[in-house]
Design a protein around this ligand. Structure first.
Ligand SMILES: [Ca+2]
Ligand SMILES: [Ca+2]
Ligand SMILES: [Ca+2]
Length: 213
């Protein structure tokens, strides 16, 4: 019985570690307002705004849902957003957090969408640090924002790569909130191959538990 108990505890610890390590900050727009035509109405509310159109794109890379209720998003100054109670990301689902304005959830590929609970993200155009803390004040994800003008910084490839200016990628998009870098594929639509692999590993683990009991 003791062995079963210890194995169960180990299983829970593993799930906890994986769950808190796999919220990825995939894309950041620090400066929506470039010169003239480069202004980027990222939240698609019809207004160009230097603050409201800032955004951060997060993705749950787990094969399981991830509850981020009351987790916080911080920049170099302090807390900029607290995720609302009941915020749960499906496997592979994105969350797009805008500085403000009136984004419509239907425009962002199935991602959850919100605006900063403090009224601003305040991402410095000259560079800033974005950090997500969980309920235990553990830093879950942290990145240095880019300094593009009217263009976001995004991981290339999505989720795993280093950050590049988005308009240097095929398609030349200034940013893709809620979508992969190709601008057409939603995160929610196609689970990551790595996620499926993780699910298989857990499947084996569960069979192992059953045989021991
Ligand atoms: Ca806008
Ligand atoms: Ca800014
Ligand atoms: Ca994107």
């Amino acid at each position: 019985m003791r062995r079963i108990f210890l194995l169960s505890m180990l299983g829970m610890l593993c799930i906890s570690n994986i769950a808190t390590a796999d919220l990825v900050i995939n894309e950041v727009l620090a400066n929506p307002n470039g010169p003239g035509a480069e202004d980027f109405d990222a939240n698609m509310d019809g207004n160009f705004d230097v603050g409201d159109d800032e955004f951060i794109e997060f993705v749950n890379t787990l094969a399981t849902s991830l509850d981020i209720s009351n987790w916080t998003v911080n920049d170099g100054i302090g807390v900029r957003h607290t995720f609302a109670a009941g915020t749960v990301l499906n496997p592979g689902q994105a969350f797009v957090l805008f500085g403000g304005g009136s984004p419509s959830v239907s425009n962002f590929g199935g991602a959850l969408v919100d605006v900063a609970s403090t009224g601003t993200l305040g991402i410095n155009n000259g560079g800033d640090t974005i950090t997500v803390f969980d309920l235990g004040s553990v830093a879950i994800a942290s990145v240095a924002s880019g300094t593009g003008v009217g263009v976001s910084s995004t991981r290339d490839p999505d989720l795993t790569g280093g950050f590049v200016l988005h308009d240097t990628l095929p398609g030349g998009f200034p940013g893709t909130p809620g979508f992969r870098n190709d601008g057409t594929t939603s995160f929610s639509a196609v689970p990551e191959p790595g996620v499926i692999g993780l699910l298989s590993v857990f499947g084996v683990g569960l069979i192992g538990f059953r045989r021991r009991s």
